[in-house]
Design a protein around this ligand. Structure first.
Ligand code: GLN
Length: 486
C-alpha cells in the first residue's frame, strides 16, 4: 500500500533500484482495484493481460540493464474514449457498449513505445459530455474524498483512479474542462496541453475544434513526463501541430522570478465559494514570495464563453455523432421495420438524455436559417474572446483563477438543472475556445476537507512555462501530498 502512495518519479527510483519489479507493481495496483473499485466505480473495464505483459517487458529490460523511458512500468488508467487495440472503447455509452477497438489511438501507440502498462479503461460522462460523471450509461464514479460527492467530469474515472491509488497516472480528454475540473475535485494535477500538441487520432470525437487529450498525475513532474511521452506531430491528425516539442523537464525546475501573473477579475466574483477564493489569494501570495509580480487583469468577453461553447461544442457533436447509425459499428436496434426506423430506434435506444440534448441543440444551431444567427455568431465572438486574451498576454505571462467556483458537490444535486451544471465550467472553457494550455493543481481544502484546485493558463505553445509555473507552486506547498482516506 505504501508503494501505491508514491509518485511516478519516486516509483521509478524503486524500480531501477530493484526494490520492486514492474510486475509486482502492476499486481499491487490490481489488488487495490479489487479492494476498492466497488466503492469508487472508476473503471469500465480492466486490461490485465496488456498491463502485465508490458510490465514483464520492463522487468526484462531492468534485468538486462537496458535504458528505460521515464515512465516505463508505471501503471496508468486510460479514459474509455481512447482506443486501445483489442480492448473495448465504450465512451460510457450504450451505443458503443460492445465495441472493440480494431486499432490504437496515437497516444496508445506512444504509451506502448514508452512501456507504460495500461491497467484499465476509465469511466466518463457519455461521450465526454458532462461535468460530474453522472452521465455514464453504466455506473457513477464516486469522489475518493467523499463517496457521496461527484468526482467531476467528464474524465471522472481517470481522476478518481489516480486519487484512489488505483493508478499512478491517467489520460483524459478535455473539451471544456474535462481534465482540469475532475483533477480539481479529486485533489490531483490535470493538464490540457495547447490544442494540437497531442494527437486526437483514435480519440472518440466530441467537438473536434476543442477536444484535447492530456495527463493526470499526483505531481507536476509526473504530468510533465507523461505530456512529453504522448505529444508531438501526427500525420494522422490534420489539426496536429507540426512543431517540435521541447522536453518540459529542461526548464521545469527553473525559478520563476520576474514572471508576470494576472488574476482574472471576472472569475473571482461573489459566485465563487469563500474557501476557493481564499485558496487563489493564498496562491497569489506564494507566487509573490517566489518573486513574481501579480496584478488584476480583465477579460470582458469571458462572460460569453459558456454561451459560445454550448453552440460550437453541440454543433460539432451533432455532426460527429451522426456516424452512430447502427450500420457501421456499435449498437443496432432489434427487428426494425425499415431503414429509417433502424436509424431512429438505434439512436433513441443507444444514446442517453444528455447526448440527445446536445445533438438536438447542435442540429438546431447548424440548421438553415439559424446557422448565421447562432453558429456563425458564436465563432465570431470566439475570435473576439481570443483577441481579449491576446491583449492580456501583452501584459502578463500566466493567468490564475479558480478551476471551479466550488468544490465537488453532492451526487444528484445538479441533475435537474442543466444550466447550473454547465456553469461549473465557467473557468475552464475559455482555454479550449482559444486553444491555450491550462492546468489545475491542488491548492487547498475547503471547510469540509474537499480539495480545491487553482487554474493556471498561458498563451498557446507555452506549455512548458505553464508546467514550470505549476511546479514552482507545488514545491512551495504540500497540498498535492494529501491522499484521500479510503
Ligand atoms: N463539461 C463540459 C461539457 O459538458 C466539458 C466536457 C469536456 O471537457 N469533455 O461539455
Amino acid at each position: 500500500m505504501e508503494l501505491l502512495k508514491k509518485t511516478a518519479v519516486e516509483i521509478r527510483k524503486a524500480l531501477l533500484n530493484k526494490e520492486v519489479s514492474a510486475v509486482e507493481l502492476t499486481e499491487e495496483t490490481y489488488k487495490r482495484i479489487d479492494a476498492i473499485e466497488a466503492k469508487v466505480g472508476a473503471f469500465n473495464s480492466l486490461t490485465k493481460e496488456f498491463a502485465l505483459s508490458t510490465a514483464k517487458k520492463v522487468d526484462e529490460k531492468i534485468q538486462n540493464n537496458e535504458e528505460l523511458p521515464p515512465l516505463a512500468g508505471i501503471p496508468l488508467a486510460l479514459k474509455d474514449n481512447i482506443n486501445l487495440k483489442g480492448y473495448k472503447t465504450t465512451a460510457s455509452s450504450k451505443i458503443l457498449e460492445n465495441f472493440v477497438s480494431p486499432y490504437d489511438a496515437t497516444v496508445s501507440v506512444k504509451l506502448k513505445e514508452n512501456l507504460i502498462p495500461v491497467v484499465g479503461k476509465t469511466n466518463l460522462d457519455e461521450f465526454a459530455m458532462g461535468s460530474s460523471n453522472e452521465n455514464s450509461a453504466f455506473k457513477k464514479v464516486h469522489n475518493p474524498y467523499d463517496l457521496n460527492k461527484v468526482p467531476g467530469g467528464s474524465s471522472g474515472g481517470s481522476a478518481a483512479s489516480v486519487a484512489a491509488l488505483e493508478s499512478y497516472l491517467a489520460l483524459g480528454s478535455d473539451t471544456g474542462g474535462s481534465i482540469r475540473l475532475p483533477a480539481s475535485f479529486c485533489g490531483i494535477t490535470g493538464f490540457k496541453p495547447t490544442y494540437g500538441r497531442v494527437s486526437r487520432y483514435g480519440l472518440i470525437a466530441f467537438a473536434s475544434s476543442l477536444d484535447q487529450i492530456g495527463p493526470f498525475g499526483r505531481c507536476v513532474e509526473d504530468v510533465a513526463n507523461l505530456y512529453f511521452a504522448i505529444s508531438g506531430h501526427d500525420k494522422k491528425d490534420s489539426t496536429s501541430l507540426n512543431m517540435p516539442v521541447e522536453n518540459p523537464l529542461n526548464t521545469l525546475k527553473n525559478d520563476i522570478k520576474g514572471l508576470k501573473i494576472g488574476v482574472i477579475k471576472e472569475l473571482l466574483t461573489d459566485d465563487v465559494d469563500e474557501d476557493v477564493k481564499n485558496a487563489v489569494m493564498n496562491a497569489v501570495k506564494v507566487y509573490e514570495k517566489l518573486g513574481c509580480t501579480v496584478k488584476e487583469v480583465s477579460l470582458p468577453l469571458l462572460k460569453y464563453s459558456i454561451g459560445i461553447y454550448y453552440i460550437v461544442a453541440t454543433a460539432e457533436a451533432s455532426s460527429n455523432l451522426a456516424r452512430y447509425d447502427g450500420v457501421k459499428y456499435g449498437y443496432r436496434t432489434q427487428n426494425p421495420q425499415n431503414l429509417m426506423e433502424m436509424y431512429t430506434k438505434t439512436r433513441k435506444e443507444g444514446f442517453g438524455d444528455e447526448v440527445k440534448r446536445r445533438i438536438m441543440l447542435g442540429t438546431y444551431a447548424l440548421s438553415s436559417g439559424y446557422y448565421d444567427a447562432y453558429y456563425k455568431k458564436a465563432q465570431q465572438i470566439r475570435r473576439l474572446v481570443k483577441d481579449d486574451f491576446d491583449k492580456v498576454f501583452k501584459e502578463v505571462d500566466v493567468l490564475i483563477s479558480p478551476t471551479c467556483p466550488n468544490t465537488a458537490f453532492e451526487m444528484g444535486s445538479r441533475n435537474d438543472d442543466p444550466i447550473k451544471m454547465y456553469l461549473t465550467d465557467v473557468g475552464t472553457i475559455c482555454a479550449n475556445l482559444i486553444g491555450a494550455p491550462a492546468i489545475s493543481i491542488p491548492a487547498g481544502f475547503d471547510k469540509t476537507n474537499m480539495p480545491i484546485g487553482i487554474h493556471l493558463l498561458t498563451d498557446c505553445f507555452k506549455d512548458n512555462l505553464l508546467l514550470q509555473t505549476a511546479y514552482n507552486f507545488e514545491k512551495e506547498t504540500d497540498y498535492n501530498q494529501k491522499i484521500a482516506n479510503l
